[in-house]
Design a protein around this ligand. Structure first.
Ligand SMILES: Nc1ncnc2c1ncn2[C@@H]1O[C@H](COP(=O)(O)OP(=O)(O)OP(=O)(O)O)[C@@H](O)[C@H]1O
Ligand SMILES: [Zn+2]
Length: 763
């Protein structure tokens, strides 16, 4: 038993009391679904025998236990086992131990516990959420029975009177250095299963069940590459990180490096140091960046790299998980959930593009990988490196306060300049006269020039579909989804209108459903319409569109990026998935088709998102010797977030945005929780929301409670939605206000609520 488990039972009895009938071996269990809370069960002798590790009740393994009056069998995670007082309670026994070894290490249980407390989620649900399904289901393995000769039999083997075939089979098994599976044994002994069954009946052999891989993992060898020679800023950054590694205590380093400043090379050289100590590193990147290009950069430099992402099969994930747990892997590169990778001796965690919203999980448990990483590195006393050209204001503010150490890479590698960014003011009459399309005259001219010089062009438009709304000019009717309070979007290729929230699909209307006017208009620009416009304007250019509609097939994302890299595509256009992390030297022009789409979102982070997006997409150009330029089409060229993005001036952005946040005590100053209540009946849902808001107000003195108010998407999938925002000066106050949410709440039929701590999604 580990130290931790003993410590957790504060009633650990002195040795002489262990015989007392009141003292029992007790397993504390949390359920993976169903009622929250911890349940104690008594551990029968058969699951307490250290000599039978495959059925030992132990923290981190799953068990089957009887629940409730009907003793319904349910599955739960054992989180502690200790010999302790039953306190006079009558405990039910554990019915079965389901895992032959712990699925969760004591450290992972500790992290799970932290997540449960911080994000107000039941521990069982958290543990179920942090273990990949393939690991829980042991995908890609099967159970096999292994045979061996017990010592008591081996000692008297010569004296046994056995038929010849049985004697031979037994001799072969005794001579084997390892237990043998039935097939192996039969092959070596050159016998049928007959003699083996006879030996088993006579209890001359022992058997145990083990899991083996159905087919082993093969790693593709990759050509190795030498380390790059760091420029002085990179060398200084590396020096700071290695000093932090040598301190052997937790510290968080914020690596603020402009786009193309060579952050990845700094991470790699820091990890080389970690690996030289025999430790492992975890590198988190946004899912979308898990391209072969990114993964390849690590594979070229380390022998053993594991990749974890959500498109992997269960079998693949399980294999990677086991490889990591065995200590064979030096570097784990993965998306958000890779923060739970079971590295035995973690030495460093790196989060690249740390500002990305995809690091926050949008289903329960609603954790942010950055917060989890902070906890995990604290538990292990190791450094955490957060890298970005556009750090989140949370991280920037923490650095400003001195909680994080700031490292800067102010320039691009090889003295490449940052691209010149110019605004195209769409309010300008001249642009309006020029056309009704999405591409202004200056952007058209810049594209012509770039293509004529053999350069490549990236166009960003953060809206998919063809027309983003369908409206009747006669009566003003806007076509909305029947189930959701959002506009339907016209998709021309499929020739239907679709709800981007619930995927409802309908035929496109030919006249207004309300007033029957035949002039119904399809307005607003989506990526499909932009693609049509580009093809019409530049008939000779090879155009590729990248958005979630065109990238549905597995592997299509990589294929698209490959063809762009190989110069088979001249114009790459798409949603934000083209804005990030790509390193293509031949891109000489980036056009932001409409910078306003994200600027006026009803979300306190709208400016920050816009700043990130424009800065990041601008960073995709000028990465080669031909230089590069950026045009940003906007109706708000004077907006501080856009002005700062156009000047590549993160500090200016932070200086304009932080005071606004401070005034309202929004993050990063205050802490926020968002409670969403949804239900099939509008009035009932609102009444529940009102009641909850009242309870929260009572519980949290000193916190600001806003709402309930209808969510921006006031109806989604037939359910009405209200939200309550709680803003507190610190986490403790936030938790105090949210305390009513932790208890049992009696809710009317169909009404549900969720709580989101540090919310990112405000819709
Ligand atoms: N010291 C160096 N000398 C020469 N080239 C370098 C050096 N460091 C990095 N590079 C190259 O510079 C390019 C940009 O580096 P990298 O992609 O790491 O930048 P980044 O800071 O991560 O950019 P972004 O934030 O835009 O993703 C890469 O092609 C990389 O190989
Ligand atoms: Zn819908």
């Amino acid at each position: 038993m580990s130290d931790r488990q003993q410590n957790l039972f504060d009633t650990q009895p002195p040795q002489w009391e262990l015989d007392d009938a009141e003292h029992r071996r007790i397993a504390r269990v949390v359920l993976s679904s169903g009622p929250a809370g911890e349940f104690d069960y008594f551990v029968p002798e058969e699951f307490a025998d250290e000599r039978k590790p495959e059925v030992l009740a132990q923290a981190g393994r799953r068990v089957r236990v009887p629940l409730g009056r009907g003793n319904r069998p349910v599955v739960g995670y054992c989180v502690e086992v200790a010999v302790t007082s039953t306190g006079g309670r009558k405990l039910k026994p554990v019915s079965a131990v389901l895992d032959t070894a712990p699925l969760l290490s004591p450290r992972m249980l500790e992290i799970g516990q932290w997540i449960a407390e911080y994000y107000l989620a039941p521990l069982g649900q958290v543990l179920e959420g942090i273990l990949p399904a393939g690991v829980r289901g042991k995908a890609g393995t099967r159970e096999t029975t292994l045979f061996s000769v017990p010592t008591r039999v081996a000692a008297r083997m010569t004296r046994l009177d056995l038929p010849e075939k049985q004697a031979h089979a037994l001799k072969i098994l005794a001579a084997s250095s390892k237990p043998l599976a039935l097939k192996q044994w039969m092959a070596r002994a050159e016998c049928t299963s007959g003699p083996i069954s006879a030996l088993r009946k006579k209890e001359l052999v022992e058997s145990r069940v083990e899991r083996i891989d159905t087919d082993p993992l093969l790693e593709q060898p990759v050509a190795r590459r030498e380390a790059l020679e760091l420029n002085p800023a990179q060398a200084a950054a590396l020096e700071t990180i290695t000093t932090a590694l040598d301190r052997r205590e937790q510290s968080t380093l914020l690596l603020h490096g402009v786009t193309g400043s060579g952050k990845t090379e700094v991470y790699i050289q820091a990890i080389e140091k970690v690996v030289s100590f025999g430790r492992q590193a975890i590198v988190l990147v946004p899912e979308i960046s898990l391209t072969p290009q990114t993964v390849g950069r690590f594979r070229e430099r380390f022998d053993h790299v594991a990749v974890l992402h959500s498109h992997q099969s269960d079998v693949e994930r399980h294999r990677q998980w086991k490889r990591i747990a065995s200590g064979d892997v030096q570097v784990v590169v993965g998306a958000r959930s890779a923060i739970f990778a079971p590295t035995p001796h973690l030495g460093l965690v790196v989060i690249d593009e740390e500002h990305e919203t995809s690091f926050k999980q949008d289903t329960a448990p609603r954790y942010h990988a950055r917060e989890v990483a902070l906890q995990r590195t604290r538990m292990d006393q190791i450094p955490l490196v957060l890298g970005s050209a556009t750090p989140s204001l949370e991280s920037w503010h923490a650095a400003g306060r001195g909680d994080y150490q700031l490292i800067s890479l102010p320039d691009r590698v090889s003295n490449l300049p940052l691209p010149v960014v110019r605004a195209v003011d769409l309010r300008d009459q001249e642009h309006r006269k020029w056309n009704r399309g999405a591409i202004s005259r200056p952007l058209h001219q810049a594209m012509t020039a770039a293509l004529a010089d053999g350069g490549q062009v990236i166009l960003l438009l953060n809206r998919r579909g063809y027309s983003t709304h369908v409206q009747c000019p006669a009566c003003g009717f806007v076509l909305k989804c029947d189930s959701c309070d959002v506009s339907m979007v016209f998709h021309r290729q499929a020739n239907h209108v679709v709800c981007h929230w619930c995927d409802r699909v309908e035929p496109p209307p030919t006249h207004c459903p309300d007033c029957k006017d035949a002039n119904i208009r399809y307005g607003g620009f989506g990526t499909q319409k932009l693609e049509a416009e580009v093809r019409a304007r530049f008939p000779d250019a090879r155009v590729l569109r990248m958005d979630t509609d065109s990238m549905r097939r597995p592997g299509s994302h990589e294929q698209a990026l490959d063809s762009f890299r190989n110069g088979e595509v001249d114009v790459l256009l798409g949603t934000q998935m083209i804005a990030k992390g790509l390193d293509f030297p031949n891109v000489t022009l980036v056009g932001v088709v409409n910078a306003d789409t994200s600027l006026h979102f009803p979300d306190f982070r709208a400016s920050e998102r816009t700043f990130h997006l424009v800065t990041q997409v601008a960073g995709r150009t000028g990465r080669g010797s031909q230089g590069g330029r950026v045009l940003v089409q906007t109706l708000s060229p004077d907006h501080p977030a856009l002005v700062a993005a156009m000047q590549h001036n993160y500090q200016a952005f932070a200086a304009s945005e932080l005071p606004e946040r401070e005034m309202l005590n929004y993050p990063p100053f205050g802490r926020m929780a968002r409670v969403v209540i949804r239900g099939p009946n509008d009035q009932v849902t609102l009444a529940v929301a009102d009641e909850l808001a009242g309870k929260i107000r009572t519980a949290g003195a000193g916190t600001r409670v806003m709402g309930p108010a209808p969510c921006t998407i006031a109806k989604l999938r037939e359910l009405f939605r209200y939200h309550i925002l709680v803003i507190a000066p610190d986490v403790a106050a936030l938790h105090k206000a949210a305390a009513p949410l932790a208890g049992k709440l009696k809710l009317p039929e169909g009404v549900q609520w969720i709580v989101d701590i540090d919310p990112v999604d405000m819709m």
